[in-house]
Design a binder for this molecule. Structure first.
Ligand SMILES: CC(C)(COP(=O)(O)OP(=O)(O)OC[C@H]1O[C@@H](n2cnc3c(N)ncnc32)[C@H](O)[C@@H]1OP(=O)(O)O)[C@@H](O)C(=O)NCCC(=O)NCCS
Length: 221
């Protein structure tokens, strides 16, 4: 279902990712995260090399997310500029990709990188919120379009559907600036953990209308 992001960026259209435009979504997410602290700690290479490695993991993960989660894309002037991947209540973790894409990703990005992603996944899974919730697994805007309202448009679209189900929401982020961005959408820091030496903030948004909505959410465990 296409929706127009009327309040934040009227020229941005939000829609479900289709299989035909999957390569565009791979490109957007691979470039969006190329300089993020956790990306750099896992891949241990230049932003350009991070982007190349990210393409392999996104190619394996996005088809699974389309099938078992929700992938919404933001389009401006007919070009995809942002992608939001989320996972519905009780559906985390998503199933692993099939063997062939998984091996392609592991060898494409390198076995050490792949092992470090495994460590990150295990650490974040152990800290994952246990109450039923919507999980924002990934939100990325291509660098040239950041700070122009695309991420907010995707958040507005996602929060609207989360609220329509009366569910809380959860996400992790590796940047203090992003914490402020998410606080603007009603998220509050619940806990901070360190993964591969990088601080990761775990953020919770209580369900719309619930007593905890305006205050801090309850503890994770
Ligand atoms: C974090 C991220 C998703 C935010 O998306 P975005 O499109 O850059 O966000 P927006 O433009 O909607 O808003 C970001 C900020 O820019 C401001 N902004 C929005 N439109 C603006 C404009 N036209 N000019 C200047 N600033 C603008 C917003 O007010 C917001 O400020 P705030 O953080 O103080 O609230 C994006 O920057 C990104 O992909 N970063 C790299 C990957 C990443 O860290 N993803 C999140 C992982 S949890």
């Amino acid at each position: 279902m296409t929706s127009r992001s009327a309040r934040i960026a009227p020229d941005v259209f939000i829609d479900d990712l289709q299989r035909e435009t999957l390569p565009e979504a791979v490109r957007v997410l691979a470039t969006a995260f190329r300089a993020n602290p956790l990306n750099r700690a896992v891949i241990q290479a230049s932003p350009e090399a991070c982007e190349r490695a990210n393409r392999f993991s996104m190619q394996a993960l996005l088809p699974v997310a389309i099938r078992h989660g929700r992938v919404r894309v933001a389009v401006r002037a007919e070009a995809m500029a942002g992608v939001a991947v989320s996972v519905g209540p009780g559906r985390f973790p998503l199933p692993a990709p099939p063997w062939i894409p998984r091996w392609r990703a592991a060898f494409g990005q390198g076995l050490r990188v792949s092992a470090r992603w495994g460590e990150v996944f295990d650490a974040l899974s152990a800290a994952h919120a246990i109450e039923p919730h919507w999980y924002l697994a990934s939100l990325g805007v291509e660098p040239g379009s950041q700070r122009t309202g695309i991420g907010s448009a995707l958040m507005e679209d996602w929060i609207r559907s989360v609220d329509s189900e009366g569910m809380p929401a959860y996400l992790e982020t590796d940047s203090a600036a992003n914490v402020r961005f998410y606080e603007g959408f009603g998220f509050r820091v619940r806990r901070e953990v360190e993964v591969l030496g990088i601080p990761i903030w775990l953020l919770w948004r209580a369900a719309e209308g619930s007593p905890g909505r305006a205050a801090r959410g309850p503890g994770v465990q």
